[in-house]
Ligand binder design. Structure first.
Ligand code: KIV
Length: 280
């Protein structure tokens, strides 16, 4: 048996033709780690889905990665729906979770539900993700009551960056760690199917994960989370200024793509491209 075939068999405990929110809870129960990656467009989502990533997150990090904003705050609900519907058209297997963007759920639960319904109806997504704990309890309840699966997001919540002031590790102090644990239990009790834990100490992730039956998905949360998520452009090395400790780059596409494009430019300039075989 080929080495990579063996690897696949030893990491995936069960074959999921289509990943659902229930599959994720089963994976946690069976001790199988969950893989999650962002995608914001059709072509990338096709590759990510074919590689059998369990969950595709249409993250509001599209605001940074796709649109070049400094924070996630400017992206709009319409723009999230555009990204999400492009991703949905590409996938056969993954569960697609879409971020409710800043300003689309914080003011009142009815607005939160309207925003979640728009995402589900107009993009065809499978679930939504919201940042926060007790403070968004009523919105989470209302969205869940409409039959829309909800994923939570605790720890470093980028939509609150101006409240935090920095992107440093959260919940290092006892009080914040306790609040995070309470929020995680609350989100589970309300009916969320999973929680992203961003940039918190590994031992806190361990404690939270052990106290919940729903899966935790870490980004900078260490090895004890039930799954991991990264921004796909970071993993592929397309972004090169962003270098947090938690990031493992699997390629240096910034350099490789730059070289390929420079070669194209020189081939055009030197009239090497197109050649006789590349024309009609
Ligand atoms: O928007 C995003 O990409 C996210 C991940 C960082 C979890 O929320």
């Amino acid at each position: 048996m080929a080495q990579n075939q063996k690897q696949i068999m030893s990491t995936a405990k069960k074959e999921y033709k289509r990943v659902t929110v229930k599959s994720l809870v089963d994976m946690k129960k069976n001790g199988e780690k969950i893989s999650m990656l962002t995608a914001y467009d059709y072509s990338m989502a096709k590759i990510v889905d074919a590689a059998k990533v369990d969950v595709i997150l249409v993250g509001d990090s599209a605001s940074n990665v796709m649109a070049g904003h400094e924070t996630t705050l400017p992206i709009t609900l319409d723009q999230m729906i555009y990204h999400a519907s492009s991703v949905i058209r590409a996938i056969d297997r993954a569960l697609v979770v879409v971020d409710l963007p800043f300003g689309s759920y914080q003011s009142d639960p009815k607005e939160a539900l309207r925003s979640a319904i728009r995402i589900m109806k107009e993009s065809g997504a499978h679930a939504v993700k919201l940042e926060g704990g007790a403070e968004i309890k009523e919105s989470v309840k209302r969205i869940l009551a409409a039959g829309i699966p909800v994923m939570g997001h605790l720890g470093l919540t980028p939509q609150s960056i101006y409240k935090f002031g920095t992107y440093t590790v959260r919940a290092k102090e006892e009080e914040e760690a306790e609040k995070l644990m309470e929020d995680a239990k609350l989100l589970q009790k309300l009916g969320c199917f999973g929680i992203v834990l961003e940039k918190i100490p590994a031992m806190l992730t361990k404690k939270v994960s052990e106290n919940l039956t729903i899966p935790t998905i870490g980004i900078g949360g260490g090895k004890y989370a039930d799954g991991q998520v990264l921004v796909v452009h970071d993993l592929l090395g397309m972004t090169h200024e962003f270098n947090p400790r938690f990031l493992r780059r699997y390629m240096n596409l910034y350099e490789e793509m730059g070289n390929a494009i420079s070669n194209y430019v020189s081939d055009v300039k030197s009239q090497d491209f197109p050649n006789d075989d590349e024309q009609y």
